[in-house]
Write a protein that binds this ligand. Structure first.
Ligand code: 0O2
Ligand code: 0O2
Length: 209
């Protein structure tokens, strides 16, 4: 039995706080070097106890398996402007030595039936506790601003409908997710065209050899 949830959640809160600083640090470094960053902003949360209990019932997770079987008690979200940025961020995360990636789920190109898209990374993260090092599981979701907009609104509607949308609304939500993805694709194309135009302009202004 988890008798003291506040105590149980201490390492998860520590991990979320540390990782927010670290991930925001990547953004700061990019901005300094490049003037722009593949990370637009970072959020993080410890899963509320009521949500943990609800997921334990839904996923048949017993309290003594909680640490091993619930991967998102500590959760981070990285928001990007472009779909390509998601993969750049994922590559950066793969190279880090402070997180040990256990699983990756690419829901960006394999959307969920609801229409949901994001890139999920499940990893082990060491937290220094009074009694020594404790490795906890955590999840980072990497997504575009458009994916985040859809997921945030859908999540709030889901809460109201408790996951049981009438079919016609589920279909409309799914097509709204597609519209968000088309917006992402259009923004990438616009960026590419602008880059091409800028390159041609600067090539034209190069002095002849
Ligand atoms: P700033 O200056 O507001 O950009 P904390 O750890 O206290 O910094 P907290 O309270 O845990 O943050 O909040 P959370 O939910 O983890 O993260 C909130 C951060 O995400 C804030 O940044 C928000 O500004 C930023 N954020 C949330 N939604 C958006 C959004 O739609 N667009 C942008 N650009 N940023 C958003 P900071 O770090 O507090 O700094
Ligand atoms: P929160 O904190 O409320 O967001 P599952 O059994 O589906 O809950 P699973 O298989 O363990 O979860 O992991 P999965 O599907 O890789 O990731 C689950 C998390 O992804 C969810 O967490 C959501 O944050 C997000 N997610 C997945 N599908 C959807 C969706 O259709 N809509 C939205 N808005 N988000 C989704 P939780 O548990 O809901 O927690």
């Amino acid at each position: 039995m988890v008798e003291d949830w506040d105590k149980f959640l201490i390492p998860y809160k520590q991990a979320v706080d540390e990782l927010k600083v670290k991930l925001r640090g990547i953004r700061a470094e990019f901005l300094k070097e490049d003037g722009q960053s593949p990370i637009e902003f970072v959020t993080g949360r410890v899963k509320p106890v009521d949500s943990i209990k609800e997921k334990m019932v839904r996923r048949h997770i017993s309290e003594d398996r909680l640490e091993e079987d619930m991967e998102d008690i500590a959760g981070l979200r990285i928001m990007c402007r472009f779909v390509e940025d998601i993969y750049q961020v994922v590559d950066l995360l793969r190279k880090r030595t402070d997180i040990n990636i256990l699983e990756e789920r690419d829901y960006v190109h394999n959307k969920k039936p609801s229409g949901y898209r994001s890139y999920h990374i499940i990893f082990e993260y060491p937290v220094q506790m009074l009694g020594g090092e404790k490795k906890i599981l955590a999840e980072i979701q990497v997504r575009t601003l458009a994916m985040n907009f859809w997921a945030t609104v859908e999540h709030s509607l889901n809460y109201k409908y408790q996951g049981e949308f009438p079919d016609y609304l589920a279909t409309r939500l799914e097509s709204a997710a597609e519209a968000a993805f088309r917006l992402d694709e259009e923004m990438s194309e616009i960026r590419d065209e602008l880059n091409d135009t800028n390159k041609k302009t600067s090539d034209n202004h190069k002095p002849d050899d």
